[in-house]
Design a protein around this ligand. Structure first.
Ligand SMILES: Nc1nc2c(ncn2[C@@H]2O[C@H](COP(=O)(O)OP(=O)(O)O)[C@@H](O)[C@H]2O)c(=O)[nH]1
Ligand SMILES: *[C@@H]1O[C@H](CO)[C@@H](O)[C@H](O)[C@H]1NC(C)=O
Ligand SMILES: *[C@@H]1O[C@H](CO)[C@@H](O)[C@H](O)[C@H]1NC(C)=O
Ligand SMILES: *[C@@H]1O[C@H](CO)[C@@H](O)[C@H](O)[C@H]1NC(C)=O
Ligand SMILES: [Mg+2]
Length: 433
């Protein structure tokens, strides 16, 4: 009989049916449970979002300016920032690191941080420069760490080494003198090569010919926050040629005669370059009170020693490749101060861009938290720090932004200006967290 056969089959497989039914209910139970967990997390995160996040609502309230340190109301239209991914048209740009083989660990730390905070979404190329060939271990590890393509170049000796015309007797004497005086890197030969290379030769490397913009990265730095935009795109769309995050005073003992040479350059090139009124000259020379502070460092020349910290910089290579900058660098270089003194590439770049660019061509990226020992910068707005997943405290001792030894306030005053939330919104506006 057919029925008997069916019962027989069901009976024989009874343990199997029971097993399957158990699994089925267990699954339903688990799904249910996990949905509960999900719901509670969703609820919590929704609440946090609503509680804190005026910045996420920026899309709907585009006129709201956050309490950040920026004079730009909106660095970019954020609504267009979701365009990354495979359809994003990258800028003509590369991330650039001059580095030694021995600094591999520090290079990887910086890369890990920048990839996580910015580049993994865009996959810009990484370009590595060195005065000796990179070793296999370095190439392998950095290539594995990069989301974009990597390329490596050897700097020609003529772009790196001390030129023949440097007076060796004088050089050795000054090296010894500055070392005895305890000047930072005062006794170092390679540091001088590095500073001169970064001042006048990095942008001439043929490996960079194919790019318009570079983003300089050093080993052992950290980026504290998610980048809220592609800084290269900001540079192009806003017509910026030089970007910085930290500005401070230079040690005068490293550049005793630099400003004299700059004044000579200004006299010779008057009329060929921007006038003092049109450039950011005032940023370099103002020494009046800013807020509560006079410059914390006394200077012996008209140069107030303010400079952009060049370990972070995003720049337009075509500016550095211009005749104006070339003449500027060559005038400085011909005096030998990169060797007889210890001129840093930071004051040289800063003076160069401040004299040759309009203030509105220089940008302070104030939403990008950053640390290079011993100083850091961190967005001042709590909402921005949450929104960009920052890992920094804006009142940390290392955060230099509005400390007396920072030149940022001077940049606001005599550079490209700044307005504050209350000025923009009027006195009725209150920003409440
Ligand atoms: N290839 C190479 N890179 C160097 C040399 N000296 C300095 N650098 C790089 O130049 C940059 C500045 O040097 P660093 O030691 O960080 O100087 P600091 O930041 O002024 O203390 C870093 O990216 C270094 O990796 C050198 O002799 N060879
Ligand atoms: C090199 O410098 C030393 C010390 O200042 C000086 O005595 C000497 O004349 C210089 N040599 C040349 C060739 O200029
Ligand atoms: C990128 O920039 C370089 C240098 O300015 C230029 O020669 C090249 O044509 C640019 N490439 C693209 C795709 O725009
Ligand atoms: C810097 O700006 C202040 C305020 O606008 C102005 O009084 C001062 O003259 C400026 N400094 C220079 C050197 O132009
Ligand atoms: Mg460094």
């Amino acid at each position: 009989m057919a029925n008997k056969g069916l019962l027989y089959a069901l009976g024989i497989f009874l343990p199997l049916w029971t097993f399957l039914i158990c699994i089925f209910f267990k699954q339903i139970f688990l799904i249910h449970k996990s949905q509960n967990i999900d719901n509670s997390y969703t609820y919590l995160s929704q609440r946090a979002k609503e509680q804190y996040d005026s910045s996420r609502r920026r899309n709907y309230l585009p006129d709201l300016k956050l309490s950040r340190n920026s004079y730009e109301d909106y660095t970019l239209d954020y609504r267009r920032q979701d365009e990354f991914g495979c359809f994003y048209q990258r800028e003509n740009a590369t991330i650039l690191m001059l580095v030694r083989n021995s600094e591999l660990e520090g290079a990887l730390d910086s890369m890990r941080s920048l990839e996580d905070r910015f580049n993994k979404r865009y996959r810009y190329d990484w370009t590595f420069l060195n005065d000796v060939p990179f070793d296999q271990e370095f190439i392998e590890a950095t290539t594995a760490m990069a989301s974009g393509k990597t390329q490596y170049a050897l700097i020609p000796p003529a772009d790196w080494n001390r030129p023949q015309w440097i007076n060796e007797t004088l050089f050795e004497a000054r090296l010894h003198e500055m070392e005895t005086e305890g000047v930072l890197y005062g006794g170092s030969r390679s540091y001088r090569n590095m500073c001169r290379f970064n001042s006048g030769f990095f942008f001439k490397q043929s490996i960079l010919n194919n790019y318009d913009y570079y983003f300089r990265v050093e080993p052992n730095v950290e980026y504290y926050c998610d980048f809220p935009y592609d800084p290269f795109r900001v540079m192009r769309l806003k017509g910026k040629k030089y970007g910085f995050v930290i500005s401070l005073y230079e040690y005068e003992e490293t550049i005793p005669t630099l400003w004299n040479v700059v004044e000579e350059y200004l006299e010779t090139n008057e009329g060929k370059i921007l006038s003092k009124e049109d450039s950011a000259y005032a940023f370099l020379t103002d020494s009046n009170l800013v807020g509560k502070y006079y410059p914390v460092v006394e200077a012996n020349s008209d140069y107030n020693l303010c400079h952009f910290w060049s370990n972070f910089e995003i720049g337009d290579l075509n500016f550095f490749r211009s005749d104006e900058y070339k003449t500027f660098f060559e005038t400085l270089d011909s005096k030998g101060g990169f060797y007889y003194e210890r001129w840093g590439d930071a004051p040289v770049h800063s003076i160069g861009v401040s004299l040759l660019l309009r203030p509105d061509e220089i940008i302070h990226f104030d939403e990008l938290g950053y640390f290079h020992s011993p100083f850091g910068t961190c967005p001042a707005s709590h909402a921005v720090r949450l929104d960009q997943r920052c890992r920094c405290k804006s009142d940390d001792v290392s955060v230099i932004d509005i400390e007396p030894h920072s030149c940022l306030m001077r940049w606001w005053k005599n550079g490209s200006g700044k307005h504050f939330l209350k000025e923009v919104q009027g006195k009725n506006f209150e920003y409440v967290l």
